[in-house]
Design a protein around this ligand. Structure first.
Ligand SMILES: C[S@@+](CC[C@H](N)C(=O)[O-])C[C@H]1O[C@@H](n2cnc3c(N)ncnc32)[C@H](O)[C@@H]1O
Length: 1018
């Protein structure tokens, strides 16, 4: 393609992409996220939209553009969603969704997608364009490139990601459209064949006839007179072969493991509940570390684990109370009663010994753990009764068996390459390492994160998975089939491991679906009371379900018929790739947000054991005991800001990350054709992180010319906003800067930027982009004026350059003024806010977006920086913010033992939150009289001072204050006052005080330069 503007540089179906991306989060069956855990996978809808809009040229006229956007994203319609509330009432909500387009899950196989494939080929002169993702991770971007008929190259340094990419892209593409006979053993299994025929449309009598033909009929079938019976095929695709061999592995594992999961009273076991234990430092009793004793708390099923010290007070005697009564007159009382009733032994300070009341502190527990002195006790067993789940105490036999399993481990692991996973777990600490606390409690080897039975099960499944290799070869499977099937079974084994560690928790939601997996958060925090599923049964935490999830993803192979073969490389992005790429679309790691490699070593150790010997390529990639971290000799490795890899030197770690990212962008520059485009996803909302990476992009030779903030998460208003960091990602569009580009001058660059973004701001606002996203959306178009020059000089300061942070400060101020202007005058007129001080500007932005609720620190830092302030100045000097620690965490703390044990979820934004201080919490004597740093006294401080004076009932002082500050004639004062009235809750003291002041001012008569419209409408 010649260097034409791309659709993404002019327009983008932003809202449709956001809606469909959010919707995709609810999709489970067949989605690549269910193949294997990979942190921060981007939604396929967003990747597809970005790829198409980057690959296709802009049509050049508004009408064609509109048509193209609609074909891509469809139309937005409003629908009424009905939801049944617990009280039986039906709640109706108006929601928006898309109709048409190819972004919504399920519409990717619509005929319109073929149209786009064709258009893309046409745009590239009839060939498949080459697309690179140098940080491919879980593969969302290259998968979509492959779907669109592009030649996709996926690079990731991590071997787990590399193998997941092979299973996501390479195997399905290789075997797309291919079928072969099912292996003979499943032809004898009635259940399996019934599902197989059903999937082909042979249901009911038709299905039974097919089963008859295989000799699997239960009763003789009546002849279906006159009906021509179609012959079902026994040829099956990759997905069914994965199911078939998964079935085989399960049968073998069942035979080995069944005796360790005894069935008591004819009721199959669903799961075992455990608690870690510690010896009381005072009385030496064995203390179970329980966060809660509720086993089940549903409306009609209320089961509690009760406990009493045993006769000699050396430990506890448990009982199960399956009929706990509800007590309390209202919901709050009932809740409080339940809370007290279910209280465990753990609290923030540590564990309370039920025998002597001594508190075994967290530090004591840590030390005991490190000395190998933590134990575990089985507290209850969940079984499948006639009316659903039942809870009972474990039998002696069950307790004995759970311990006895240990004796079997040596044998099983002697049959597996590399034996028991003895490799070390990551060390906990600050920064990226905050995600890990297991090591601190002595769980310092990967095998220690599993019960002996979980280890035995994983070893047994790994062993039988490996055994399928030879058997498949003997059955005549071609090597690519063997590798693909083995690969998918290894994915199933990883799914099993994810649900079979001591970090799994029982699902506390009313649906009580079973086992909450290890990676429900991207962290490895210690879990005191945990659940152990039954790996050989079809319940949550079983292998059968794991294999089915994986097979469902393999079914997607049919969509890649005719797609060019993808290339998957396990190398560092800094090394680059020699191909001439048409576009590069990538989603790089962000500083210390997610410690991918350390986390994914959980899976690495199992994959390495399951896959060893499958191919020399795989063995080479998995040659080291753990995935690559940082190679000091080569000065290369995983790009993540983790000081522990640099002997604790934070500066060095940051520098290595930033330099690495620069080298990766440089490699992108080299790998890209002159007219190519680079699209980078930014999910980090820290302004300085953004500034550093943008500087690196510009330094590497790119011009930034567009950005789109795509929303990917949704929730209620506060929730969505409080996780704003997670709720959207900014897709930044860049092209190569011509070599002849010359340095620019700051005055001209700023002027051009101002012109560029004014129209964009209006468009973004009208498109409904609000909050922090608005700032990010504006940044892309603004950067074009700046980044088209290799450097921008300051006209009035010879020898000085306008840096990216300085430039972005100008941009943000314009954006913020626009927003506050919109809020105050409804037309975004920057004039409306001219003269408004920084603190009041911040207050209005914050209050407008988050009210008086918890707000995410990321968004607040961005707003603060945009107003020339900092979050710490707002909290400490201006006394305007309080740190609240985070809604997400606060919710969990109910259940958790203490903040230090909750390894912060590494996705930024979830750690801490802040809140605006209310007027009455702002008690400093100087407020409204002087401002920190000799600034002008902010209007918001003056208004809050007035409120204090009014509340004190001293009208004389109020008038004096109004006069000294010249507020009566200050138009902004009137506007802000009115705005605050409308922001305050109806009936609140705040509102009534503000109204009284407003009425008082009006009653005395004033002349203001501007009228007062209604503010904050809608
Ligand atoms: C944000 S994730 C990519 C997620 C991906 N877009 C998806 O949808 O799953 C960033 C990836 O960069 C990888 N990475 C980190 N350092 C790297 C390096 N030096 N070279 C290549 N990949 C690297 C990590 O392993 C991780 O998978």
């Amino acid at each position: 393609m010649l260097d034409k503007p791309r659709l993404i540089e002019i327009a983008f179906p932003l809202k449709q992409t956001s809606l469909d991306s959010v919707h995709e989060k609810n999709v489970r069956h067949g989605h690549i996220s269910t193949l294997h855990i990979w942190p921060a996978r981007r939604p396929l809808a967003a990747c597809r939209a970005a790829l198409i809009a980057t690959l296709l040229p802009d049509p050049g006229n508004a009408e064609e553009r509109k048509k193209l956007l609609e074909k891509l994203g469809g139309r937005i319609v409003q629908v009424v969603k009905r939801k049944k509330l617990p009280n039986g009432k039906i709640e109706e909500k108006i929601a928006e969704e898309t109709v048409g387009g190819i972004l919504h899950w399920g519409r990717e196989s619509s005929p319109d997608l073929d149209w786009f494939r064709e258009e893309i080929r046409k745009a590239y002169g009839g060939r498949a364009p080459k697309v690179l993702d140098p940080f491919a991770g879980g593969g969302a971007i290259p998968l979509e490139a492959m779907r669109l008929g592009c030649e996709a190259t996926a690079i990731d340094i991590n071997p787990v990601a590399w193998f997941v990419l092979k299973c996501t892209l390479e195997y399905p593409q290789k075997l797309a459209g291919q079928k072969r006979l099912l292996p003979p053993f499943v032809l004898k299994d009635r259940d399996f064949m019934e599902s197989f025929f059903k999937a082909q449309g042979f249901k009911g009598a038709l299905g039974r006839t097919q089963l008859e033909k295989l000799g699997l009929g239960e009763t003789p079938q009546p002849q279906l007179a006159g009906l021509k019976i179609e012959e079902a095929t026994l040829e099956a695709d990759l997905a069914w072969h994965v199911r078939a061999w998964g079935w085989w592995v399960l049968q073998k594992a069942k035979a080995d493991l069944e005796r360790f999961y005894p069935v008591v009273d004819g009721k199959p076991t669903v799961a075992y509940l455990w608690a870690h234990t510690v010896k009381c430092k005072n009385c030496r009793a064995l203390v179970p570390l329980l966060k809660t004793r509720w086993l089940c708390k549903k409306d009609k099923k209320r089961v509690l684990l009760t406990m009493e010290p045993n006769a000699n007070k050396t430990g506890m005697v448990f009982e199960v109370d399956a009929n706990v009564q509800v007590k309390g007159g209202n919901t709050a009382q009932r809740r409080e009663h339940d809370k007290l009733l279910g209280v465990g032994t753990m609290s923030r300070s540590g564990a309370t010994c039920p025998c002597c009341g001594t508190i075994v502190t967290m530090e004591d527990i840590r030390l005991e753990g490190q000395a190998g002195q933590l134990g575990a006790v089985m507290t209850a067993v969940v079984v499948d009764g006639p009316n659903g789940k039942e809870y009972r105490l474990p039998t002696k036999e069950e307790i004995r068996l759970a311990a006895e399993v240990e004796n079997e481990l040596a044998q099983v692991f002697s049959e597996i390459s590399f034996g028991l996973p003895e490799e070390p777990t990551p060390k906990g600490g600050s920064g990226a390492s905050r995600a890990f606390s297991v090591d601190g409690y002595g769980f310092d080897r990967w095998h220690k994160l599993f019960t002996p039975r979980q280890l035995l099960a994983l070893g047994t499944f790994a062993k039988h998975t490996r055994d399928t290799r030879n058997i498949m070869c003997n059955e005549g499977y071609l090597p690519e089939w063997v590798e693909a099937a083995q690969g998918h079974l290894a994915m199933a084994l990883d799914r099993l491991a994810d649900r079979s560690s001591m970090l799994c928790r029982p699902d506390p939601t009313p649906t009580q679906s079973g086992v909450i997996n290890t990676f429900s958060r991207f962290a490895l925090p210690i879990t005191w009371d945990f659940i152990e599923g039954v790996t050989i049964e079809a319940f949550s935490g079983g292998f059968l379900g794991a294999a089915e999830w994986v097979a469902k993803v393999a079914e997607q192979a049919k969509n890649y018929v005719g797609s060019p073969q993808p290339q998957i490389l396990q190398i560092s992005a800094t090394r680059g790739c020699p191909n001439n790429f048409d576009i590069i679309v990538t989603d790089p790691p962000y500083y210390d947000a997610i410690p991918y490699s350390d986390l994914m070593d959980f899976f690495y150790v199992w994959l390495r054991r399951t896959l060893h010997g499958l191919s020399s390529e795989i063995d080479a990639v998995f040659r080291e005991p753990l995935a690559p971290k940082w190679d000091h000799e080569k000065n290369d490795g995983e790009l993540i800001d983790d000081a522990s890899r640099f002997g604790g030197d934070k500066g060095k770690s940051k520098e290595a990350y930033e330099d690495g990212m620069f080298r990766a962008f440089q490699a992108c520059h080299k790998a890209l054709k002159p007219e190519g485009r680079l699209v980078i996803v930014f999910a980090n909302k820290q302004p300085d992180a953004w500034e550093t990476l943008v500087s690196a992009i510009i330094r590497a030779g790119f011009v930034v010319d567009g950005s789109w903030p795509i929303q990917t998460e949704m929730g209620n208003r506060t929730r969505a906003l409080s996780s704003a960091a997670l709720s959207s990602s900014v897709w930044l569009v860049c092209k190569k800067r011509p070599e002849i580009a010359r340095p620019g001058w700051d005055n001209r660059v700023l002027e051009e930027m101002h012109e560029n973004i004014t129209t964009h701001l209006r468009d973004f606002w009208d498109a409904g982009i609000h909050g922090p996203d608005f700032v990010w959306a504006a940044t892309g178009p603004a950067l074009e004026a700046y980044s088209k020059h290799p450097v921008v000089k300051k006209a009035n300061e010879p020898g000085q350059l306008l840096t990216v942070p300085e430039f972005l400060r100008h941009v943000r101020r314009i954006v913020v003024d626009f927003v506050v202007g919109r809020v105050l005058s409804h037309n975004g007129d920057a004039e409306a806010v001219s003269g408004l001080d920084d603190l009041t500007t911040y207050y209005l932005l914050h209050r407008h977006d988050f009210g008086m609720d918890d707000a995410p620190i990321g968004a607040c830092i961005l707003y603060a920086v945009s107003c020339g302030l900092s979050d710490s100045a707002l909290a400490n000097q201006f006394d305007l913010l309080i740190r609240t620690g985070g809604q997400a965490v606060a919710e969990e703390e109910d259940e958790e033992t203490g903040a230090e044990d909750i390894a912060a979820e590494p996705e930024e934004g979830s750690g801490s939150t802040v809140k605006l201080k209310s007027w009455h919490q702002r008690q400093r004597k100087s407020m409204g009289y002087e401002a920190p740093g000799g600034r002008l006294v902010p209007l918001i401080d003056q208004i809050h001072r007035l409120m204090h004076l009014w509340k004190a009932g001293d009208v004389v002082k109020v008038d004096e204050y109004l006069d000294t500050k010249g507020l009566r004639r200050n138009a902004l004062f009137h506007q802000i006052l009115q705005a605050l009235i409308e922001l305050a809750r109806t009936g609140s003291e705040e509102r009534s005080l503000l109204e009284s002041i407003s009425n008082h001012v009006a009653a005395r008569g004033v002349t203001v330069e501007q009228g007062q419209g209604r503010l904050f409408e809608g």
